[in-house]
Design a protein around this ligand. Structure first.
Ligand code: FES
Length: 196
């Protein structure tokens, strides 16, 4: 009788415990294999066309599902159209992007530049603050611990362990789409944490 009670208690515990634990895991944290693309609208593309060698901020809405809570959260990336010799300059500035590809654990290598554009994640690779483009310095500057990055995302000052992370861009019939990826912070190499 005592044994049966223990077994029954265990089954009930598992039945209640697993859903409770799962509800605490953000479904945003879905690793490679599932990804959400969000398309650039006409206004974004026009802005980008005019952004030669000057990063611009592109806003989008990020849908988050966390347990029973679903919400839209505003997010942004930094986009830039490369100039005439932009590819050569980028290549010289970013040896961490071999052949202008982003190499990371958890995703196949992808091109850092598509249709002449590149998109940087807005997240600082140090501890996750948001570096801002400072026209007077011609650099991205992070307000938290002072990391700085050139317009090509090259890390030039402060504690960040790597340059800004380019995000994948896809082009289908002239429509550009971007994938939002979170990379692990504080690491010199890129490790995918989530797609969304
Ligand atoms: S979070 Fe950007 S420098 Fe620390």
């Amino acid at each position: 009788m005592a044994g049966a009670t223990v077994v029954l208690g265990g089954i009930v515990g598992i039945g209640v415990g697993i859903p409770a634990i799962l509800s605490l895991v953000p479904t945003e944290a879905i690793i490679a294999g599932s990804k959400g693309l969000w398309p650039l609208n006409v206004a974004d593309i026009k802005q980008l066309q005019a952004s030669t060698e000057t990063p611009i901020k592109i806003n989008f809405t990020h849908h988050i599902k966390d347990g029973y809570v679903e919400m839209d959260e505003p997010e942004y990336v930094w986009g830039m159209k490369l100039g005439q010799d932009g590819m050569a300059k980028l290549q010289a500035a970013r040896p961490d992007l071999p052949d202008l590809k982003v190499v990371a654990t958890g995703i196949s290598p992808y091109p850092a530049v598509v249709m002449g554009f590149m998109m940087f994640s807005s997240i600082c690779p140090h501890l996750g603050c948001k570096p801002l483009w400072q026209p007077s310095m011609q650099k991205f500057a992070c307000p938290c611990h002072g990391s700085q990055f050139t317009k090509y995302g090259e890390h030039v000052a402060g504690p960040a362990p790597r340059g800004l992370d380019p995000l994948p861009i896809e082009e289908t019939s002239g429509i550009a789409k971007i994938t939002w990826i979170r990379y692990k912070q504080g690491e010199p190499t890129r490790i995918v944490v989530s797609y969304s």
